[in-house]
Design a protein. Sequence first.
Length: 414
Amino acid sequence: MGAFSPEPGRLSSGSPWLTIVGIGEDGRAGLSPAAARALDAASLVVGGRRHLALAAPLAAEMLAWPSPIHDAYPAILARRGQPTCVLATGDPFHYGIGAELARLVPAAEIACFPQASAFGLAAARLGWPLAECACLTVHGRALERVIPLLQPAARLIVLSWDGTTPARLAALLAERGFPESRLTVLEAMGGPRERRREATAAGFAETEIDPLNVVAVAVAAGPDARVIPLAPGLDDAWFESDGQLTKAEVRAVTLAALRPRAGQRLWDVGAGSGSVAIEWCLRHPANRAVAIEAQEARAERIGRNARALGVPDLTVMRGRAPAALDGLPPPDAAFVGGGISDPAVIAAVWAALPPGGRLVANAVTLESEPVLIEAHRRHGGTLRRIAIARAEPVGAMHGWRPAMPVTQWAATKR
């Protein structure tokens, strides 16, 4: 079942009828008087079973979140104009249900009573400045999302998926060369079951961890730590590849030519190893990419590379362009690295771009280069030749070994 969305124009601004109340492990005792009044005045109270138990006793009708959670949205919207309360953990607008409900109900119709978020509580327990911490959730998300944040001396606060998350995170840290990183597991903060445990990643052996937990990580990089650099052009060895890989130097120039901006979507057409799409996603956490690849083995390899480099949300689409592009969400920018000898590929990608969209294409063969020259003639932009040579052994000495030159066309659609 797809995500629920209301009928267009169904909701309009009015007085608040929907109250979102943040509740902690201390239950009703931690609610402000205003939040408690809103809870008691509601004719319907919605929340997780744990939330409903924390808020007891309740005289109103109760609705526990179903699975999937959006199946409850019609019941909430049907109460429009009647006092309705949704319970959430801590701050409902910090990785909480608040943002989802605000997409369905105008802000003028919502009253929210937040409490301290799990991130704020964790920072307070540890004495860490919250503004200097990287805060993320792996609740319902891939653990590999932490990888780009593993920078020397960084402080992370991670909202766990369940009681297994701390051990899995410790194993990931040790595997990637951060064995002395210190993990603090904070369980059921703010209530009678609160507990705190600490260990290094290499020495982590804690068990029976409460599913409601947050992991704070003081990152300590070992000498062989795999730290994701902040600049484009990752070492080629970091990508699993069968040889179809945009090499590091050319990749750095290509990312610069694509001019990524926060929140944009990239099409990587003929993605090979997925290196350009992966580095696009690494430029900003909100960036998205679709890697289009015809060969099954390469498509699977792209997925492995994306997870290993911390962008597990990258979408891999198996198929051959231009047919494989049909039905995809339109891109803000596109890179064509494979299939350029077919002029229909460039034409289809260019047609899919919105005004202001950016297209970059690289060619290494004699058959592909005329296609880029013709695209430049039709659409303008820039053409450049990229030639790289690397020093390699020549007997007991060294010499320059040139790579195949790359012709690059880049243009912005007007």
